[in-house]
Design a protein around this ligand. Structure first.
Ligand code: FPP
Length: 250
């Protein structure tokens, strides 16, 4: 668990995680501490997406995957859900020019067909407007759930079997990789580092298959307060880890 103020951290560029996934938790508590409505926390959280996107891109991250709305978040009060649904519209309207300037490519992962039409359009436009960018991929998980993703992958594999394209005994891990929503990320599909803010130490149905060998960093910082220095501190922690992927130290 990372805590406290981190300053003047030197990072070895060779040990910066290539794919970073973040569970952006604590917006509600951030607002409550200030006697503000929960949506004020989400607004601040959205502004912090801009800050952390820029910081991650500047530090050399290749893919930043952000858990923006889970398949379980529909259980929240209607007003909060509709506010969360409006955030991609606001965010992309405001920041796509900046993302283009930073050469960031937007990707969306999740069942977007259930999102309001305006949210779907904002997402599709952002993806199209940044499609030719070659820098960091900013991958939003929207109406995403790890189990939902695995169910859909199983359906695809069964379909392939029904079509005579795949035999049960021949199913490989790579077939599952190819059927997941992260498939477009290719060799970068699995996060090197997963960060969760706000002190909770759970995975909450995020990237269940892909985090098999991810390093996990939990921090007390609430998402709207999570700063570029906190990101660097998480990277420094990551850089000190000994990743063996089930093998032994070389
Ligand atoms: C969890 O905090 C946060 C969410 C469910 C929403 C996360 C969304 C953002 C940070 C903004 C997304 C921005 C874009 C551009 C799509 P919580 O509300 O559960 O906090 P709490 O646990 O303190 O109540």
């Amino acid at each position: 668990m990372l805590n406290g103020k981190q300053k003047d951290i030197e990072l070895d560029p060779a040990r910066v995680p290539r794919h970073v996934a973040i569970i952006m938790d604590g917006n509600g508590r951030w607002a409550k501490k200030r006697m503000l409505p929960r949506i004020a926390g989400h607004k601040q959280g959205m502004d912090n997406v801009r800050t952390i996107t820029r910081a991650a891109s500047d530090l050399g991250v290749k893919v930043l995957t952000l858990y923006a709305f889970s398949t379980e978040n529909w259980k929240r009060p209607e007003g909060e859900v509709s506010y969360l649904m409006s955030l991609p519209v606001t965010f992309f309207n405001k920041f796509v020019p900046e993302l283009i300037e930073q050469n960031v490519k937007v990707m969306i992962m999740g069942d977007t067909s259930m999102l309001p039409a305006s949210t779907q359009k904002a997402c599709a436009d952002a993806v199209a407007d940044t499609a030719n960018n070659t820098g960091m991929v900013l991958n939003f998980a929207l109406n995403y759930g790890g189990r939902d993703e695995l169910v859909r992958a199983a359906q695809k594999l069964v379909q392939r079997a029904n079509d005579g394209d795949l035999q049960a005994a021949d199913v490989q891990a790579s077939d599952i990789d190819a059927a997941l929503m992260t498939a477009p990320l290719g060799e970068l599909a699995d996060p090197d580092l997963l960060i969760r803010t706000s002190g909770e130490e759970r995975i909450s149905n995020f990237l269940l298959w892909q985090i098999a060998y991810s390093e996990l960093v939990f921090t007390d910082r609430l998402w709207p307060d999570f700063s570029p220095d906190d990101l660097k501190a998480a990277f420094a922690d990551f850089a000190g880890r000994d990743r063996r992927f089930g093998g032994i130290k070389k």
